[in-house]
Ligand binder design. Structure first.
Ligand code: RUQ
Ligand code: CUA
Length: 657
């Protein structure tokens, strides 16, 4: 960061004024320009009530037109079911990726390939369709513990699903529904070489989503850690090679995957070892207090490589066609082990070297630092202080930890800078606490606005974080922005961490859903295509069998099925006049034959709820029944050229006699 160079307001203003002088094209000498502009800038600072620190923050984050961001954030879009793509340090919103929710701009869910992705993510074959998601934790694909910029995975807490986004075109390719559980939370986390995408359940329920009375909670309700096998070449989850590990009904919370020293292991928090089930009208305490009786909950440790071997050796049980390693195997085999943790913990975050696991306690003032070496030695020696009601070994707490850090009120999540420091979000206190991983002492605190949930760091979950920025993902923004009614935006705050003191650089209101986690990748690791190879179907990433080449546009009828082979290019569709009979099945094969960068068309047929986005080279197949007679304009919905409004035609549906 330039901040090291900038020692004083004078130096800052000289620098700013220099740029100002150049841009204004002043023909005066450098020194005169500096003086005049300094006076101008000082006046702006006074008028706008900007401090020296404000001006410095502006200089560190401002991107003049054409200058690109150094990092890219992929942030959860919360209830929107989408992913937000944000540039750093400018904190400009670059894109909203449609994932679990129909999204009109990308034409996702209005007749095109997105319908097929969304259909694959449905939990039930009949009945209501899921049209939203509670998006929590986006995770980038990894190679050797480093983000490789190829894929992005994210979970839907509300409907227990995992989505796969391909970063070669920033499009969602697959949604896999977890048929065994109803909600998830710990996910999507990846193993360091991305063999698996991990999804762990949140609220326990009978596996397979059967009914069992709540009185049978302890015997029938369970948690699950799902290991989704990922094929990096195909870029898809292979459901048939995926499997699960049964967990006790302790309400598993966040999870993280081991790396380097702890490669092969997964760590999952839990917060209701009391197994409280509420029942306020029945005279029971609500879950919030029922689940807070015990002094400790359990950190679950899974040896996933061993679990995988046991599943392959046929030791798993099939539930609804999914192989699940049950507790009567995983306990004795030392695949699943419990460690006490301070009550109601939240984040479980493995350090970049994989040596430690940091657990924040929502109701505690500490973060606990577990040592993987100690944990592993105890597991291997078979040392434990007892077993839980499900026969799972419990390790002695004292012997598993390296220490505890006095953080402040309500530590949640921890990220790392790769330089020996950890940064913990502290919800109740509304601060980021920076602490030394060696001494376990807090060295700096920064107020954020307000009530920070997650925190993320540049390349933060890799084996080598960059240590330049962290972002506070604040749940509340009272008094920060213009009043826009009782539903307030959340507030992302960019924090510079290059110097010993953290520095608040920029605020970004988030008015789209409530974000949870996000990850930040170096922008030059992303290498998406600029245009699709001609005729590409984004669902298969291949040339579609129905791709239309220029000159081969046509309309074919077989019985009451009409195939329309159509192309789009500035500024017309061919054919631009289509006539069918009411009740015909229409199969529209639509190829953009553009190959010029940023030449996007849209396509809609009025009144038919059909709407697709046609990026250069993209192909879409749209099948529908022409059930509404009339003369319907079909037109391009992107302002693609000077004759964009002329890019239209008619879709005629002749009424039945
Ligand atoms: S966790 S509430 Cu990401 Cu802090 Cu879901
Ligand atoms: Cu094509 Cu507007």
């Amino acid at each position: 960061m330039k901040s090291k160079l900038i020692g004083s307001l004078a130096a800052l203003l000289t620098l700013a004024a220099f740029a100002y002088g150049c841009q204004s094209g002043s023909s005066t000498t450098g020194s005169t320009a500096t003086t005049q502009s300094s006076a101008g800038l000082k006046q702006i600072m006074v008028e706008r009530k900007l401090s020296e620190a404000d001006v410095e923050a502006a200089l560190l984050t401002y991107k003049p037109t054409g200058q690109k961001d150094e990092y890219v954030i992929f942030a959860s879009g919360g209830q929107s079911g989408q992913i937000l793509v944000i540039g750093v340090p400018s904190m400009r919103l670059l894109k909203v990726i449609a994932v679990f929710t129909p999204e009109p701009w990308q034409g996702y869910g209005y007749g095109g390939y997105g319908d097929k992705v969304l259909a694959g993510g449905q939990q039930y074959e009949i009945g209501q369709r899921l049209t939203w998601a509670d998006v929590h934790h986006p995770n980038l694909s990894e190679t050797k513990g480093d983000y490789d910029g190829r894929f992005l995975f994210v979970n839907d807490k509300a409907n227990a699903r995992i989505a796969v986004v391909d970063l070669s075109d920033f499009a969602t390719k697959q949604i896999v529904p977890n048929k065994l559980v109803a909600s998830d939370h710990g996910g999507a986390f990846v193993t360091p070489d991305n063999e698996y995408v991990i999804e762990t359940s949140q609220y326990p329920a009978p596996l397979g989503r059967e009914y069992a009375p709540i009185s049978e909670y302890k015997t029938r309700y369970r948690g699950l850690a799902m290991f989704w096998k990922f094929d990096k070449v195909k870029g898809r989850i292979i459901e048939s090679e995926s499997w699960g590990v049964e967990l006790p009904p302790y309400t598993q919370d966040l999870a993280d995957c081991g790396k380097l020293a702890s490669d092969g292991y997964v760590f999952i928090n839990s917060f209701n070892t009391e197994m409280a089930t509420g029942g306020i009208l029945e005279g029971n305490p609500p879950v919030e207090s029922g689940a807070s009786q015990n002094d400790t909950d359990f950190l679950h440790v899974i040896n996933w490589k061993k679990a995988e071997a046991l599943v392959k050796a046929g030791k798993a049980k099939e539930i609804k066609g999914v192989k699940v390693l049950m507790m009567d195997v995983s306990g004795p085999e030392k695949v699943l082990t419990l460690i006490p943790e301070h009550k109601s913990p939240h984040g479980a975050d493995v350090t970049p070297d994989g040596e430690d696991i940091v657990v924040g306690g929502k109701l505690d003032t500490h973060a606990t630092v577990y040592s993987f070496k100690k944990i592993q030695a105890l597991i291997e020696a078979g040392t434990h202080e007892g077993v839980d009601p499900y026969g799972l070994p419990i390790l002695p707490f004292k012997d598993t930890i390296r220490g505890q850090v006095e953080i402040g009120l309500g530590p949640l999540h921890t990220v790392y800078d790769g330089k020996g420091f950890a940064y913990t979000s502290v919800f109740i206190e509304s601060v980021v606490a920076k602490w030394d991983l060696k001494s376990l002492k807090v060295v700096d605190k920064l107020s954020v606005h307000y009530n920070i949930g997650h925190i993320l760091a540049a390349e933060g979950d890799t084996v080598s974080p960059d240590g330049k920025y962290v972002v506070a993902m604040n749940k509340m923004s009272i008094d920060r922005f213009a009043n826009i009614g009782p539903l307030y935006p959340q507030n992302f705050q960019l924090v510079g961490i290059e110097n010993s003191k953290m520095k608040l650089l920029a605020d970004m209101p988030i008015g789209i859903g409530e974000p949870h986690y996000a990850q930040m990748i170096k922008a030059d690791k992303l290498k998406p295509m600029k245009v699709y190879p001609m005729g590409t179907n984004p669902l298969t990433d291949e040339k579609d069998e129905f791709a239309v080449t220029p000159g081969k546009e046509r309309i074919e009828r077989k019985g009451n099925v009409v195939d329309i082979y159509m192309t789009a290019i500035r500024s017309h569709f061919t054919p631009d006049y289509v006539e069918v009979d009411e009740g015909d099945t229409v199969r529209l094969h639509l190829t953009s034959i553009e190959q010029a960068e940023d030449q996007v068309h849209g396509f809609t047929i009025d009144m038919y709820n059909i709407n697709v986005s046609l990026e250069p080279g993209k192909h879409e197949n749209i099948t529908f029944v022409a059930d509404k007679p009339g003369a319907f304009p079909m037109y391009c919905t992107e302002f693609c050229s000077a004759l964009h409004l002329e890019m239209m035609g008619y879709f005629m549906v002749k009424p039945k006699k």
